[in-house]
Ligand binder design. Sequence first.
Ligand code: ZN
Length: 188
Amino acid sequence: MLSLPVLLVNRHFAPVTVATARRAFVLLYGGAAHALDDGGDSHDFQAWFKLPVRHHDDPLPVVGGAVRVPRVLHLLRYDRAPRFTVRLTRKNLMIRDQFQCQYCGRRPNQRDLNLDHVVPRSRGGQESWENLVVSCRACNLRKGRRTPGEAGMNLLRAPLAPRWSTATQILLVTRRPYEEWQPFLKAG
Ligand SMILES: [Zn+2]
């Protein structure tokens, strides 16, 4: 129960990050945050512990009974809306390029998509957002160890590091976001 995900929102209710329930209870206990219930009402530590645990809540056993694991925590004094840097991973590159070969524009089966170094590694090309694109096997083979210019192959769009919002990233990394998160993720 203590490892369940809890959405943290800043003072203005914009999404900040997802923390564990353990961290959420520490923040709640310390008074840095209030827990929001599914009706949007705000509760401090003491009030939260008095709420009944309903059948669809995640119960955390405590002395004398159980307490709801909160799903959204309101950080009372936190103003900022951090913008994370998106990690350079195969999955994130696929999402950025919309699972589409950046040379021919086809969208084959994911298994038939590779990552292509625009400037080949053997020629000093880097592992970076600007030098990696999604490519189908056929285009990958055709291009070989050449630059797009040498191969006469044009990129559909210039590869750049994505600037996803915090809400987008939270949705990308969370398998099953709670319904209670939706209003905050939409706003973010
Ligand atoms: Zn292709």
